[in-house]
Design a protein around this ligand. Structure first.
Ligand code: BES
Ligand code: ZN
Length: 477
């Protein structure tokens, strides 16, 4: 080990050696053995990689992370009940962009769109679990539930002769239900705006402005209203939001013009309306897929595998998932000793649910032991590499990108905008260090055109190299 490490140092370009030594020097407690073993891994990955490559886009050489080993714990390829399209058993333990692309194709083309909480997401989970198992992991699914609010339709019908239905939109997170009652003007929705007798059984007609929608609807409900109609204070319609706590009665928004019309009708006599909102919370079932080789997870390498319903989600995020699965394969020989865990997160697209649930499930000791989470999301398309994450990881992350031959347009730290919308955020929010590796400017983001044919294997490979470098810098063993 020491000999090969030293040989490697002398063979490597001066630039890689410098970056590694500078980094190693920052580890005040690192033992010589640990430094050397980190160096060996950095060496083995950089030696055949494109550390000197001027442009990451042309990188194609494989990353060697270990030697081929017989693993008695690994099931025979193709025997797993959930495994499909097993990897070629003759494949060397080098990161292959083509192998990662094979997973992208399976997820985005064979399975297709993998809506959060849906049957296709479950099918994808079984595929990923099977691939982990084929590579010798005790893979498991971590099921979880989450609530999704959905407003399906709404109608507002004035029951006076000649008064037609009124265009409206449910306030987001409004309670569903059908109510009929007299319209009662309720000003801005403050208790002092309400008539002396309260709003019992009424549909309160409230003007937009001054108070939050939540306060307006909560006040009206407390005064006995059966429903709320908020009319705009400028011309046209609008969409309002009540926040996650929602409401106890149906509430919709309408245009200022319609609000004025209702107020006019009210002035000439009583007016009864029927408000019908078909909306509510749906309980959805999803799952993370976890491959763990050792006793714990010092580094979590993850990415989400669900997609938006609009498209097949090849780049967002079969690309990151394919890289995670391929990383699990090539890092198997060191995964137990380094305590690496590979996680495919479910239902990211509806609010980072999988990563939030994963982090919630960690015991305090597991959190303390975690050195980093590496999030791979949208790594197969786009113009430039971007890194985002915990300030403490900016040095190793930038060094890893450089060693992998990736041209990066900087590192955005936690305090800065631009990186909140993916699974690393769940870790950072829980105080755990995380790095987000992605490329920006995918023209097909969240569209039906997010297809596997646009995924570039050389980019998947560079993403894999960055992760390999980062692991080797962060964890000895
Ligand atoms: N994959 C994206 C995040 C992303 C965007 C990565 C651009 C790389 C470049 C993710 O699936 C997504 O769509 N996130 C949402 C927010 C999320 C909470 C639904 C977003 O960024 O708007
Ligand atoms: Zn997305």
């Amino acid at each position: 080990m020491i000999n090969s490490t030293l040989r490697c140092f002398t063979q490597k370009g001066p630039h890689v050696s410098r970056h590694f030594l500078r980094f190693a020097a920052r580890f005040s407690v690192a033992s010589l053995a640990a430094v050397l073993s980190m160096a060996a891994m950095a060496c083995s990955s950089a030696a055949t990689g494109a550390a000197e490559a001027p442009n990451a886009l042309t990188t194609a050489s494989p990353v060697v992370v270990g030697t081929v080993q017989a693993d008695s714990a690994a099931p025979a390829r193709g025997n797993s009940p959930v495994a499909q399209a097993p990897a070629d058993p003759a494949l060397p333990l080098t990161f292959s962009g083509q192998e990662a692309l094979r997973h992208v194709k399976h997820l985005a083309e064979t399975i297709g769109s993998r809506e959060s909480g849906g049957a296709k997401e479950r099918e994808a989970a079984r595929y990923i679990e099977g691939q982990f198992a084929l590579n010798g992991y005790q893979a498991r699914q971590q099921p979880f539930q989450f609530e999704m609010y959905e407003a399906r339709s709404s109608s507002l019908q004035a029951n006076a002769s000649g008064a037609a239905s009124i265009a409206n939109s449910p306030l987001h997170f409004s309670q569903g239900g059908k109510v009929t009652g007299p319209v009662v003007r309720a000003g801005m929705g403050r208790p002092e705006d309400f008539p002396a007798g309260g709003l019992k059984g009424a549909v309160a007609l409230v003007e937009r402005g001054t108070l939050t929608f939540t306060d307006k609807v909560t006040n009206a409900a407390a005064a006995g209203a059966a429903g709320v109609v908020v009319y705009n204070n400028v011309a046209g319609r609008f969409d309002g939001n009540l926040g996650r706590s929602g409401s106890t009665i149906p509430a919709v928004s309408i245009a200022k013009e319609d609000g004025d019309r209702l107020a006019g009708l009210l002035a000439t006599g009583g007016l009864e309306v029927t408000l019908d909102v078909d909306a509510g919370k749906q309980q959805l079932q999803s799952q993370n897929v976890v491959a763990q080789a050792g006793d714990g997870c010092r580094v979590v390498i993850g990415g989400h595998y669900d997609s938006v319903p609009a498209g097949p989600g090849a780049n967002d995020n079969a690309s990151g998932t394919g890289v995670v699965v391929e990383l699990a394969r090539v890092m198997k020989p060191v995964a137990a000793a380094k305590q690496l865990c590979f996680v495919a997160f479910g239902s990211e697209e509806l609010g980072l649910w999988g990563s939030r649930r994963y982090v919630e499930g960690l015991a305090p000791a597991e959190k303390t032991a975690m050195v980093a989470m590496i999030n791979l999301d949208m790594v197969g398309v786009g113009e430039t590499w971007r890194l985002f994450g915990s300030d403490s990881l900016s040095g190793p992350a930038l060094a890893s990108a450089q060693a992998a031959g990736a041209v990066v347009d900087g590192f955005s730290g936690e305090g800065r905008a631009g990186g909140g919308g993916s699974d690393h955020a769940s870790f950072i929010q829980a105080g755990l260090p995380a790095v987000f590796i992605h490329r920006q400017n995918d023209p097909n983001y969240h569209t039906p055109e997010d297809k596997a044919q646009f995924t570039r294997p050389e980019l998947l490979e560079t993403a894999g190299k960055i992760a390999v470098e980062l692991v080797s810098l962060l964890v000895s063993g």
